[in-house]
Design a protein around this ligand. Structure first.
Ligand SMILES: [Zn+2]
Ligand SMILES: [Zn+2]
Length: 160
């Protein structure tokens, strides 16, 4: 038998062995995991939290990338849920300029939610009505003057 062939067989054996042990290990791990989870859920949660913190500390770049991806998806979903990524007032389509406007303003007892927090809350609550897509300019003007000057068809000076 050629040396190369021997090596190949050895490697194949090692692979098979690893595969078998891996499954057995995973099975045992799972069984133990569920037993522990029933007996002491708080401890299992704590182990998960610690593992998560360890992973985050060891993978700062990947973590930032995942967060960016999460935010991007959340923003896309939110804009789509409220009629698409375009300002309802002026037609601005640059995503960095867009925001979600509370059409009738916030009620007094409503907590102030902005950005990702607001989008997350909207998704959790099944995209409630009463919100629309506005660009930051139109949103700001509406908040400050009650109506965006675009809607009055007059220059800003006339609104002040
Ligand atoms: Zn606008
Ligand atoms: Zn406007």
């Amino acid at each position: 038998m050629q040396q190369a062939e021997k090596n190949e067989r050895l490697r194949a054996n090692q692979r098979r062995c690893r595969e078998r042990n891996r499954e057995r290990y995973l099975e045992l791990h799972r069984a133990g995991y569920y037993r522990r989870k029933v007996r002491d859920p708080e401890r299992v949660l704590e182990i998960g939290r610690r593992a998560g913190a360890k992973w985050r500390a060891a993978h700062p770049t990947e973590l930032a990338e995942r967060l960016r991806e999460y935010r991007r998806k959340l923003v896309d979903e939110t804009m789509a849920a409220y009629g698409g990524a375009i300002c309802r007032c002026c037609g601005e389509e640059t995503s960095e300029f867009l925001s979600i406007d509370h059409i009738n303003g916030r009620s007094k007892d409503e907590p102030r939610r902005t950005g990702v927090k607001l989008y997350c809350w909207l998704r959790q609550n099944g995209w409630p009505t009463g919100y629309q897509v506005l660009c930051h300019n139109c949103n700001q003007a509406k908040g400050t003057y009650g109506t965006c000057p675009h809607q009055l068809g007059e220059p800003l000076a006339a609104v002040q």
